[in-house]
Design a protein around this ligand. Structure first.
Ligand SMILES: [Zn+2]
Length: 373
């Protein structure tokens, strides 16, 4: 963890040499991706050595994920002993920043983590995608915003909820990557958003993505309305029509909307407050074919009194089906409102139920969908 470790892997040649040697010392210093497999690895990954021409290097996990790569299942660059420890350190630092009225200095944070400021700064960035200072600023802006309609116990309840620790959520860097609140980006330069409209069984389907991942999946009757809504939501952005690479994404999304059980492996650029993120993560844990109530979701995120805030977060979801807010129903089981139309919600639910029933006597090992936490 010395400072000099850094410069040892300064050039691509040096990085490649480290990869070829499966140099454990290089772990954490950079990551490499393999174009042909779509994954990224720690330098010491034990997998068969990829061909040099298919390999690219990334300073951190965030960069590798932004470039569209998934963590390798073998070396698990996003977890494992070191990854988990790092995530825990960064999570602790996040909590510390959130709890402080005056943001702690980098030195203080690094000290508490038992790391050098230089290394801590880089680690924080690798896990969250932003620097500690940017994180503190974003949090403060968010706090101010949340405090505005300070209407009492609901606000304070969800305030508490947003800041309760949820290790799993924070340990998942892709979730955290999307964490930059809108305010954080407002000052940034206009971004470019690719989009396309397709037809699916539920009507028109708009799919849009930033460089970080899908930022909108919306459903409607009229494609023009969907595009206008996208423009309203990203007034600064340059909207660009789809290229061939993006068509593949759209095709994947259409397939996924038609049959959510197959899952969606595309990265999501999820933007919202810490509380909204927690709700959306909980929604993603509700498997296709099942439903949950707002109260249950509030319970699951450890904020049982924040039912209304949960409902609001569901209503603010901009990624139809990928964040399955349609699986949330009223306490009595009745199908309540849906941003993209109650009829579509009903259709999605009955389609998922039917698929579930068709599988009710399935092959062994087939019943469990994606993991409960
Ligand atoms: Zn690997």
């Amino acid at each position: 963890m010395s400072h000099s470790a850094n410069s040892r892997y300064a050039s691509d040649d040096a990085k490649w040499a480290a990869v070829a040697a499966r140099d454990k010392q290089a772990d954490g210093e950079f990551f490499y991706s393999v174009r042909t497999t779509g994954v990224y690895c720690r330098p010491s990954c034990g997998a068969r050595l990829a061909r040099r021409e298919n390999v690219a290097f990334h300073a951190d996990m965030a960069a590798a994920e932004r470039a569209g790569f998934r963590p390798c299942k073998r070396c698990k660059p996003d977890e494992g002993a070191q990854g988990a420890r790092h995530a825990a350190l960064v999570t602790a630092a996040c909590r510390r920043i959130e709890a402080a009225d005056v943001p702690p200095t980098l030195e203080t944070l690094a000290n508490e983590a038992g790391l050098s400021p230089h290394y801590f700064h880089r680690l924080f960035r690798a896990v969250t995608g932003v620097t500690p200072r940017a994180y503190a600023n974003a949090r403060r802006a968010e706090r101010v915003r949340d405090a505005l309609p300070a209407a009492s116990s609901v606000t304070s309840a969800y305030y508490d909820a947003g800041f309760n620790s949820n290790g799993r959520f924070y340990a998942k860097s892709d979730a955290l990557l999307g964490m930059k609140p809108a305010a954080f980006r407002a000052g940034g330069k206009a971004e470019s958003i690719r989009f396309a409209v397709a037809q699916c069984s539920l009507g028109a389907l708009l799919v849009a993505a930033t460089s970080r991942g899908l930022c909108a999946i919306s459903l409607g009757d009229d494609p023009d309305t969907l595009v206008r809504e996208l423009q309203d939501r990203f007034p600064q952005a340059e909207l660009v029509g789809a290229d061939t690479g993006f068509e593949r994404w759209v095709a994947q999304v259409v397939g996924f909307v038609e049959s959510p059980r197959i899952g969606l492996s595309l990265p999501l650029d999820v933007r919202g407050t810490a509380f909204q993120q927690r709700v959306w993560q909980a929604l993603r844990d509700v498997p296709a074919g099942e439903t949950a109530s707002y109260a249950q979701i509030a319970e699951r995120i450890g904020a049982p009194r924040a039912v209304r805030a949960v409902a609001q977060a569901c209503a603010s979801n901009t990624l139809a089906v990928a964040i399955p807010c349609h699986r949330i129903v009223r306490n009595d089981g009745a199908v309540s409102g849906y941003r993209w139309g109650v009829e579509r919600k009903r259709a999605l639910l009955s389609q998922e139920r039917e698929a579930q029933e068709a599988r009710e006597a399935p092959a062994p090992g087939d019943t469990v969908t994606k993991g409960k936490r």
